[in-house]
Design a protein around this ligand. Structure first.
Ligand code: SAH
Length: 204
């Protein structure tokens, strides 16, 4: 997500301190669901509202973006979501082994060029990091508009210890749409009649 550098981001983040994962990690014993690259937070906040018994955590590397997600959570007075400004490559520094029950990857940067594939959030390097923090039997749910990135993800998940149990190239045409929560990007793509790919992969 590209943006102009915003003024006052640090101050705005300070005003949302209760929502900072650094200072106030996940408290209850409920399962923890983690979104990586949460953008402005529509998805994680709607899920937190829908499932008060789940602890949600969201990681985003751009502070000017995550601050909007934090402000959204604060305005909704959500009690079960925390935000972490970090790169996904450092997740192992913040979450304990086996702490996470589900990872959501929504419209991750597709990195079109072959020499950039190792930056994709489903490259083997990242899957190894996720495997450390995921519980056995936990799952990764992924949505994207990009078929190349989707096929790459299916292949790498299958080769790296995940069982891709559900997948579709057209989420809106089929059975997995029930209970779907739209992200900001998704809303935009759906309005343009673009197809959304979806998969659910279980750590075996
Ligand atoms: N999930 C949101 C935003 C999608 S854009 C939506 O669907 O609307 C992808 C987001 O992932 C961007 O905000 C980008 O900053 C973030 N991102 C990309 N690589 C990341 C990484 N390595 N670690 C954390 N966040 C990352």
């Amino acid at each position: 997500m590209r943006m102009h550098k915003k003024k006052n981001t640090d101050k705005r983040i300070q005003a949302c301190m209760d929502y900072c994962y650094y200072f106030d990690g996940v408290k209850s014993d409920s399962p923890v669901f983690l979104e990586i690259g949460c953008g402005k937070g529509a998805f994680i906040c709607e899920n937190a509202q829908n499932f008060p018994d789940i602890n949600f955590a969201a990681v985003e590397k751009i502070s000017d973006v995550i601050v909007m997600a934090m402000e959204k959570a604060k305005s909704l007075n959500l009690q079960n979501v925390k935000f972490l400004t970090a790169d996904a490559k450092n997740l192992g520094d913040f979450f304990a082994p086996g702490q996470i029950s589900r990872i959501y990857l929504n419209f991750s940067d597709p990195w079109h060029k072959r020499y950039q594939y190792n930056k994709r959030l489903t490259a083997p390097f990242f899957l190894e990091i996720y495997k450390k923090i995921l519980k056995p039997g936990a799952n990764i749910i992924l949505k994207t508009d990009n078929v190349g990135f989707f096929d790459f993800s299916v292949k790498n998940l299958s080769l790296n210890g995940f069982d891709v149990k559900n997948k579709t190239y057209d989420l809106y045409a089929g059975e997995f749409l029930d209970g779907n929560v739209q992200t900001e990007y998704e809303k935009n793509f759906v309005e343009q009649n673009m197809k959304i790919c979806y998969l659910d992969a279980v750590l075996t």
